[in-house]
Write a protein that binds this ligand. Structure first.
Ligand code: 5RP
Length: 231
């Protein structure tokens, strides 16, 4: 699956708050419920005050999830360090943070050379204008809607004007939102132009994740349809 697809809806569960002792089954369950891809949160205890997992876990997951598109959300300092390791482990996309490196362009080049798609993320306090020089080099822009580090935080709606700013200028750009996104916040995300949707605890806790995924997909699809009609 390619993420860049002329701005169509993609739903990717974050497994941060899933039962990590049974990660492969949790991933399969969420894919079976209609997800398009997996959003795997890598944290190093430096860029964010939390630790998760690295490329050895991804390497173990890969054969258990054949054909599943895996986006690595690298909440790590010096993101250049792990590019080859993640590519070798079978990752499809490497999304790193603008704030994590003084050399975003170098990191982008390295990710492409390793054969992965590139995502570039910004934290809530970061101005959206910083990503503009890189838009043509990347496959996706991630606008964080919580301060990264933990699942289950409250959605920061003040981040949405950044999504709107990008969508007004780039109709076909894949714009991902992550943090506090679920059925209760999806309408705002969709109305502002997000089309790639990460949802963690709202899906993990939901008693019918399939229904929640379908609801979010319908909401985003309707917003995309509306924006086409308004053109
Ligand atoms: O990157 C993240 C946190 O840093 C997670 O992907 C994100 O928070 C998803 O979890 P939730 O939907 O529970 O907020």
């Amino acid at each position: 699956m390619a993420l860049s697809n002329g701005c169509s809806c993609r739903i990717g569960p974050s497994i941060l708050n899933a039962d990590l002792s049974d990660l492969a089954s949790e991933c399969k369950r969420l894919m079976d419920c209609g997800s398009d891809y997996l959003h795997l949160d890598v944290m190093d205890g430096h860029f964010v005050p939390n630790l998760t997992f690295g490329h050895p876990v991804v390497k173990c997951l890969r054969p258990k999830l054949p054909g599943v598109f895996m986006e690595m959300h690298m909440m790590v300092e010096k993101p250049e360090t792990w590019v080859e390791h993640m590519a070798d482990a079978g990752a499809d996309m490497y999304t790193f943070h603008y704030e994590a490196t003084p050399h975003p362009e170098r990191c982008i080049r390295k990710i492409k050379e390793a054969g992965m798609k590139v995502g570039l993320g910004i934290n809530p306090p970061t101005d959206v204008s910083v990503v503009l020089p890189y838009i043509d080099m990347v496959d996706l822009i991630l606008v964080m809607t919580v301060n990264p580090g933990f699942g289950g935080q409250a959605f920061i709606s003040e981040c949405l004007p950044k999504v709107q700013f990008l969508r007004d200028r780039y109709r076909n750009l894949d714009i991902e939102v992550d943090g506090g996104v679920g059925p209760s916040t999806i309408q705002q995300c969709a109305d502002n132009g997000a089309n790639v949707i990460v949802s963690g605890s709202a899906l993990i806790r939901h008693n019918n994740p399939r229904e929640a995924i379908q609801f979010m997909r319908n909401t985003v699809d309707e917003a995309i349809q509306r924006s086409h009609l308004e053109r």
